[in-house]
Design a protein around this ligand. Sequence first.
Ligand SMILES: N[C@@H](CCC(=O)N[C@@H](CS)C(=O)NCC(=O)O)C(=O)O
Length: 213
Amino acid sequence: MEEGNQAMKLYSHPMSSCSRRVRLALNLKGIKYDCINITSTNHPELLKVNPMGYVPALVDGTIVISDSYAILLYLEEKYPLHSLLPQDLTRRAINYQVASIISSSIQPLQNMTLVNYIGEIVGPEEKLPWAQLHIRKGFAALEKLLMKYAGKYATGDEIYLADLYLAPQLDNAINRYKLDMSQDEFPLLIKLNETYSKLPFFQQKPKNQNHPD
Ligand SMILES: N[C@@H](CCC(=O)N[C@@H](CS)C(=O)NCC(=O)O)C(=O)O
């Protein structure tokens, strides 16, 4: 079978925010794919496509890509329809910035491996405060950054890359790490979270699996 005719395979976990970014992009662009749900980061099939043992990883014919940012850029170039980025250069840059803040300065600091490590070396009671500290710091920056650009969604009235990062990260912060988000501190992020929570598009995950990321 020709490479282009095979459905892509996405190694994913229902509760992983990094996987959710990619699933949202695939759905936004209307791309069919086979989802392989991974329940352990030592899963031999996952380790073959990503030796780090993290999800997500995408297999498209002979192409294997791990790391959500790389996957999203690949999808955007291969399937430009329903672009993940606005035309306007400034708003494009804001989308890159949101993605980068979440993927470099928030998510890795509250990833399961690290949070469990903090629990082991400092104490289990420090796991939540640690995660909350770093999420709050990143959210404070995002709140300021997006104030000038938000519309119905993070950077205007269309769903873009920034929303694909923000919606799962907000969900993680509020539901997993119990971050107390006050109206005074995060009025815009709270409003965006309400918007995401009401849209079935952003709510595509089973609720009954554990995967603290
Ligand atoms: N930069 C990577 C991070 C991947 C990552 O941290 N994935 C998490 C799920 S969101 C994971 O597999 N965590 C399992 C673990 O910490 O062992 C990406 O964006 O894909």
